[in-house]
Design a protein around this ligand. Structure first.
Ligand code: FES
Length: 247
């Protein structure tokens, strides 16, 4: 985990960028007028993205003023969640998962690489390209060991790493190459390694195995079609002789 202390050197001012401001408005609209403070986490996140990946104290004050919130409340949130970086980070922030599944699958080796190539956790490499931190489970344990890398392009997972792939990942990032997130072995997402071995029978998905239904259960019953009524012809009235006619 990165340091939860505020950086010693702080900028004097902070303002959201135009796109950051647009996102802030989007989040504020989600909450009723009396609950605007609920937007504090997204606003801190947007401020961090607008400030090269870390949160200066002045940004917390700006957010506090905007949300009519005591500065200490904003500071409490920012210092509690480790997703907020309280000191400058490298262009690429490497977050190495060190929780049990990743640890058992070799995250210790990834940490050693970060230490030897970048320095101790929380320090920024001399070229400004990298910094790193150890974090808790990032929810990709099936692809352990893994890292999340945050940079101007977003926050992406790089998985199924080992010493060789971790070193080449750092080399690729250092050379400015676009690096595809995801597993670094022959695996699609978190599917089994190599070719799929199960659920490969196409007939499972093309509907051919489905029993033909006579009718769809719970379908609305068809309206009864009644034959149009044909008006019965009245039998022609018999001409009866009137008394008068009979005379
Ligand atoms: S333990 Fe590393 S992602 Fe879950």
């Amino acid at each position: 985990m990165g340091s939860r202390q505020l950086a010693k050197q702080q900028p004097k001012s902070f303002a959201f960028s135009a796109s950051g401001e647009k996102q802030v408005k989007y989040w504020l609209k989600k909450y009723p007028k009396t609950k605007q403070r609920s937007a504090v986490i997204p606003m801190l996140w947007i401020a961090q993205k607008d400030n090269d990946g870390w949160l200066p104290e002045i940004a917390m004050r700006v957010i506090g003023d905007r949300l009519d919130m005591a500065y200490i409340r904003v500071l409490e949130v920012a210092t509690f969640y480790t997703m907020f970086n309280l000191a400058p980070v490298g262009k690429h922030l490497i977050q190495v998962c060190g929780t049990t599944p990743c640890m058992l699958r070799g995250s210790g080796d990834l940490i050693k690489i970060c230490q030897s190539r970048i320095g101790s956790a929380g320090t920024v490499s001399d070229d400004g390209l990298f910094s790193w931190a150890e974090v808790e489970c990032l929810g990709a344990c099936v692809n352990a060991p893994m890292v999340q890398i945050s940079n101007a392009k977003g926050d992406h997972y790089y998985e199924d790493l080992d010493e060789i792939s971790m070193n080449s990942l750092l080399d690729e990032l250092a050379s400015g190459k676009a690096v595809m997130p995801g597993p670094r072995i022959d695996r699609q997402a978190s599917a089994p390694i190599g070719k799929s071995l199960t659920l490969i029978d196409k007939s499972l998905f093309d509907g051919s195995k489905a029993k033909k239904l006579k009718s769809i259960p719970n379908a609305p019953s068809k309206p009864k079609t009644s034959k149009p009524k044909v008006a019965k012809k009245k039998p022609a009235a018999k001409k009866t002789a009137t008394k008068r006619g009979a005379k």
